[in-house]
Ligand binder design. Structure first.
Ligand code: NAP
Length: 281
């Protein structure tokens, strides 16, 4: 197929590598000419341009820009699409994106590959990023079923684990396992930074090892992406943060009251629950 990618960054570039490897012709459009040139040089796309005209023959287009510019990017792109073209996006939040993009194009299907890195931009793109990771499509009652089936086929060829759910269900679920962890992890780093004694802070930084590396990883990621998650999934993120705060308060209470058996019971429950969320890939 002829595949279009708009926004040649971490996700767009990584999709380009894998779709090309699967035998598709990949046409990239990005804001900066330098990014287009880099994407060609790296092998993420066959051809690239700063002009949407390049995508006039594309059969499926992945919108991979930051969330905040998706509506205007889609509006500018639509006049160039061929009538049967399928449009999808990779945004980390779905309800607001689907609500805005669905009325713009009759063959639009929202999507979200659940894979990423802390680094951004085309230089961070890598082949195989989506293999063995979830990739969810968020169809609605208006979704064209043939367009969805074609995307499902493309996604399965990336070796991704395919899922479907509504945009609202997606946003509530990812608030728990993606957006809350970013805020919790950032808060952990911010709390450590509040150690008032300079020598103790320096010692903590020097002694930090694998446990801190794992728990601080997503909090030390792309700030613009974290902002977008909060801005566009505000209600669901606030809901999960409030429940998380209750969870921390419970830990404080158990420790303040020397309730060590209750604390161990609590940690036994989390120890048992973790494999249901992690260690699957
Ligand atoms: P990124 O690395 O920053 O790439 C986005 C690219 O979009 C940039 O390289 C930029 O290319 C282009 N762009 C076009 N218009 C832009 C504008 N007005 N402002 C800034 N950049 C613009 O970001 P990403 O991590 O790939 O994220 C892209 C999308 O994937 C987002 O919607 C995000 O929610 C979603 N997503 C991200 C992750 C993750 O972990 N990173 C995971 C899943 C989904 P130029 O260089 O040409 O300006």
């Amino acid at each position: 197929m002829k595949i279009g990618i708009v926004g040649l960054g971490l996700i767009g570039g990584s999709l380009g590598f894998d779709l090309r490897a699967a035998g598709h012709e990949v046409l990239g459009v990005s804001r900066q000419t330098a990014t287009c040139e880099q994407a060609i040089a790296l092998g993420a796309v066959d051809r690239a341009s700063a002009e949407f005209e390049l995508l006039s023959a594309a059969e499926a287009i992945f919108l991979c820009t930051p969330l905040g510019v998706m509506p205007q990017t889609a509006e500018a792109l639509v006049p160039y699409l061929s009538p049967a073209a399928i449009l999808t996006d990779v945004g980390s939040v779905k309800a607001s994106v689907v609500e805005t993009l669905e009325p713009l194009w009759h063959r639009f299907v929202g999507g979200h590959p659940m894979a990423g890195k802390e680094t951004a931009g085309i230089a961070a793109a890598q082949a195989g990023l989506f293999a063995n990771r979830p990739y969810v499509l968020t169809p609605t009652a208006r979704t064209d079923s043939e367009a969805k089936a074609t995307l499902e086929h493309l996604i399965r060829a990336l070796q991704s684990n395919y899922y479907e759910c509504s945009p609202a269900q997606h946003d509530r679920a990812v608030a728990w396992i993606s957006h809350l962890p970013v805020m919790a992890s950032a808060s952990l780093i911010a709390a450590c930074q509040q150690e008032p004694e300079a020598t103790t802070l320096a010692l903590a930084q020097a002694l930090a090892s694998s446990g801190f590396r794992d728990t601080s990883r997503v909090g030390g990621g792309n700030p613009a992406l974290g902002r977008m998650m909060a801005q566009y999934n505000r209600e669901e993120l606030l809901r999960s943060l409030q429940i998380y705060r209750q969870s921390i308060d419970r830990c404080i209470l158990l420790i303040e009251q020397h309730r060590w058996d209750d604390l161990e019971r609590h940690l036994t429950e989390t120890h048992q629950a973790r494999p249901q969320f992690a260690d699957k890939a």
